[in-house]
Write a protein that binds this ligand. Structure first.
Ligand SMILES: *Cc1c(COP(=O)(O)O)cnc(C)c1O
Length: 395
């Protein structure tokens, strides 16, 4: 590797220039190839393109230059050998699991998961004869027991949505590998800026690019990162033939999002910590959860495997759902919305929105109470956010 190789670039350079290949028009910004197909000079060239003798773009369900630029840039940022983009984060989670499991396989997952990830693992996989086991993510004794029998895949989310529970990625990776399993990590809350699961021993990383990678509330997207063997031989055929492909237009929007990802994540993080510190100890708030707070039950582990706590704060209001609703409705600046990682601060009530479909018992097991709210702290001035929260708490 010479020092002009993108792999020698530092992170900020990778974010801005990774994967860039200019066309003959010498444009500054990445070209948008809004095309579904490609043409061949001859029938023989078409044949060679399909049987693999010729490497070229064939159809945008398989590959597209703008999507390839996004994949290459994200792979560089993650330090992953390969990346495949998908239409949404859920398409990424679904494909990352379905491409590798078959009837009779066993999958172990952490209990605290994004609602749709929980649906795929708890409801969809068992329909196809896959045995599914859930464990409390922070409890390594439970992981040890669950991973005693041979297992195909392990799925975790850390920090988890919305409880911000932290799982020891390196420890779970070791147990997963001993059981013959690949460890898949949903790294949405941390982003590649704050946490790099592959370096901690994970095999596959999945993203909802809808969140911080776009970060400006414009479009959906997802990505799967892993080694070449997994991406080409296990995942590749599954994606090619089932078609959850990203739109080239969305890939272009996400590319522009990546250029500022580190700057935005830094501000999200600083604002979230300021807001969390303001909320902590306020009357009427039972607890505040942010991995960067010393009071977080796994603060030390979080600081070991992440460079900062991230942009999401969860807190529990005394007085249950009625109080939580009154508080949300009294906010004037912060919007009520279930999205996250946006430039705008967004707040939601997980028990009745993102996690509504779970039973009361499951919510309780995950630590999602009726008074809990999840705040995705945006890029506004932290003082304005604190003023808004303060006024709403007094209302
Ligand atoms: C949003 C989210 C997803 C799903 O992503 P979409 O782009 O909405 O499909 C998956 N996991 C986590 C942790 C999320 O926050």
């Amino acid at each position: 590797m010479d020092d002009t190789s993108p792999k020698a670039w530092r992170q900020a350079t990778r974010l801005v220039r990774g994967g860039l290949r200019r066309t003959g028009f010498d444009e500054t910004s990445e070209a948008l190839f809004l095309t579904s197909g490609y043409v061949y000079a001859s029938a023989a060239e078409a044949e060679e393109s399909f049987d693999g003798r010729r490497e070229r773009f064939v159809y945008s369900r398989f590959r597209n230059p703008t999507i390839a630029t996004f994949e290459e840039r994200l792979a560089l940022i993650e330090g992953a050998p390969a990346c495949r983009a998908t239409a949404s984060g859920m398409a990424a989670v679904h494909a990352a699991l379905m491409c590798q499991v078959a009837a009779g396989d066993r999958v172990v997952a952490s209990r605290a998961l994004f609602g749709s990830c929980q649906y795929i693992i708890a409801e969809l996989l068992p329909r196809f004869g896959v045995e599914v086991v859930f464990v409390d993510g922070p409890d390594l004794a439970q992981w040890r027991a669950a991973l005693a029998p041979p297992t195909r895949a392990v799925f975790i989310e850390t920090p988890a949505n919305p409880t911000l529970e932290i799982i020891d990625v390196a420890a779970v990776a070791e147990l997963a590998h001993a059981a013959g399993a690949r460890l898949v990590v949903d790294n949405v809350f941390a982003t590649p800026i704050l946490q790099r699961p592959l370096e901690l021993g994970a095999d596959v990383v999945v993203y909802s690019a809808t969140k911080h990678i776009d970060g400006q509330g414009r479009c959906l997207g997802g990505a799967i990162l892993a080694d070449e063997a997994f991406c080409n031989d296990v995942l590749g055929p599954y994606l090619r033939h089932t078609g959850p492909c990203l739109s080239p237009f969305n890939a272009w929007v996400l590319l522009k999002g990546l250029e500022t990802l580190d700057l935005r994540v830094e501000r999200h993080n600083a604002n979230a910590l300021a807001v969390a510190r303001f909320l902590e100890g306020r009357a009427g708030i039972a607890r505040v959860l942010h991995p960067g707070l010393e009071s977080h039950p796994q603060h030390a582990l979080a600081m070991r495997q992440m460079t900062a706590g991230g942009g999401i704060v969860a807190f529990e209001l005394e007085g249950g759902r009625e109080r939580a609703y009154r508080f949300l409705d009294a906010l004037r600046l912060i919007d009520i919305s279930n999205n996250l990682g946006d430039a705008k601060s967004l707040i939601c009530h997980p028990a009745t929105t993102t996690h509504q479909r779970l039973s009361t018992a499951d919510k309780a097991a995950m630590g999602i109470g009726e008074g809990m709210v999840r705040l995705s702290v945006g890029l506004e001035d932290a003082a304005d956010l604190i003023d808004d929260l303060d006024a709403a708490l007094r209302a």
